[in-house]
Write a protein that binds this ligand. Structure first.
Ligand SMILES: *Cc1c(COP(=O)(O)O)cnc(C)c1O
Length: 387
């Protein structure tokens, strides 16, 4: 696999580190804009939690996307990167007072509210600061997604959102409140979804809910369908950009928007996953009775997805063209789950070789921890290394 990464530019950079491809990110954003703009009223936000590297956020902001935040820290990061406050939405089951006040002070586009107690707090904080909070309700649509159990969010058993049967009561409460304005409905069914049928099921559910609300003469300004579009972890080279065409088309065909209504999306993984790789160095090759291990200097503290979700990331040896051999690629952390991949074929590995762990731009660097007193990995944008 020699040759696709500019490894001479990696000289002198401490491993492990994240390497981000700005060109692929821009191309992905262009595709998103081209596909979304084919449809009336589609607004795309970026889910900041996938990757909040300042350079990544700036490029996404330059492409004109809004920001979907799940904490006060993310609102601050989005503002720092130049996202206008009126393109920032704030979701999350546990918003604290300072975070709500920050959103009020900056006059963000919308709070996605997940319970009546939260709505009451937002109403009273807004009253205290003389503001009106724009709110959407996150409805739990009880729609399953064909993805890993830890990343489904739209089932009745999940902690997220307001149950459908409570929706009308919550709206009735909101309409009575003085300092909130009810403007939208919000949904998010999970992540790494590749089956368009799952999004179609969400559309059908939303159509039913809209009909139900219309019987009470309620129409909202906007519908927010969250994110969740998956990427091809198996083939980062062949399929570097997710199928945004099929994704937006599904919503255009299946969701019945009312006149003037806008449709909001919050995409995270599909925007940034493929542009990032975790670059790591082989420390030792350890041969056992039945297998051999490539022990690398990156661990689950740098990229936790394999340990947390049994996620697959393609691995390539950038330093070798030799015959392939089979390895378990493992990290140095004192946990048995600190394994990136078992029984994979790599060009023969030697101490000092650089490996690329691919498709790591989303939920990689941002989820890193200091467990074992390790340093956090740094992220580098390719175009910054050229300078
Ligand atoms: C995580 C999250 C997203 C983004 O999910 P992806 O699968 O990365 O697209 C969008 N909306 C909400 C509310 C989220 O929590």
């Amino acid at each position: 696999m020699k040759g696709i990464f500019p490894i001479q530019q990696f000289e002198g950079i401490r491993t492990p580190f994240y390497y981000y491809d700005a060109d692929l990110l821009r191309k992905t954003l262009q595709t998103i804009n081209d596909e979304a703009n084919k449809h009336q009223g589609f607004c795309v936000h970026y889910a900041v939690k996938a990757n909040a590297h300042p350079r990544v956020l700036r490029i996404i902001r330059e492409a004109g996307l809004g920001a979907d935040c799940v904490s006060g820290g993310e609102i601050e990061a989005a503002l720092r990167a130049g996202f206008p406050a009126d393109k920032i939405v704030y979701a999350g089951v546990g918003k604290s007072d300072w975070e709500i006040n920050l959103g009020l002070e900056k006059e963000i586009f919308c709070f996605n509210v997940e319970s009546i107690p939260e709505l009451e707090v937002i109403n009273s904080l807004a009253g205290a600061s003389g503001k009106t909070a724009r709110v959407a309700f996150r409805i739990n649509p009880d729609v399953g997604a064909h993805t890993h159990a830890n990343i489904t969010t739209g089932l009745a058993e999940n902690k997220f959102g307001i149950a459908m049967r409570d929706m009308e009561d919550v709206i009735a409460e909101a309409v009575k409140m003085k300092h909130v304005k009810f403007v939208g409905l919000h949904f998010h069914i999970g992540s790494q979804i590749l089956d368009m049928g799952d999004f179609e099921a969400l559309c059908n559910r939303i159509n039913d809910l809209q009909n139900q609300l219309e019987r009470h003469q309620i129409t909202v300004e906007h519908i927010n369908v969250g994110g969740g579009l998956g990427i091809d972890y198996q083939h980062p080279n062949r399929v570097p950009i997710a199928d945004f065409h099929a994704y937006f088309n599904t919503y255009a065909k299946k969701l019945r928007l009312r006149p003037g209504q806008t449709l909001h999306f919050e995409l995270g993984r599909a925007v940034v996953a493929q542009m990032g790789s975790l670059i790591t160095r082989v420390l030792y090759i350890k041969k056992g009775a039945t297998k051999q291990f490539a022990i690398v200097d990156a661990g689950m503290t740098d990229l936790i997805r394999p340990a947390l979700y049994q996620a697959y990331h393609k691995i390539e040896n950038m330093s070798s063209d030799e015959e392939k051999e089979t390895y378990d690629v493992v990290g140095p952390i004192c946990e048995s789950s600190d394994v990136f991949c078992k029984q994979i074929d790599l060009n023969c590995c030697h101490r000092g070789d650089l490996l690329a762990i691919r498709s790591a731009g989303a939920y990689g660097e941002i989820m890193a921890s200091g467990y074992n007193c390790r340093q956090l990995p740094k992220g580098y944008m390719n175009e910054d290394l050229y300078e």
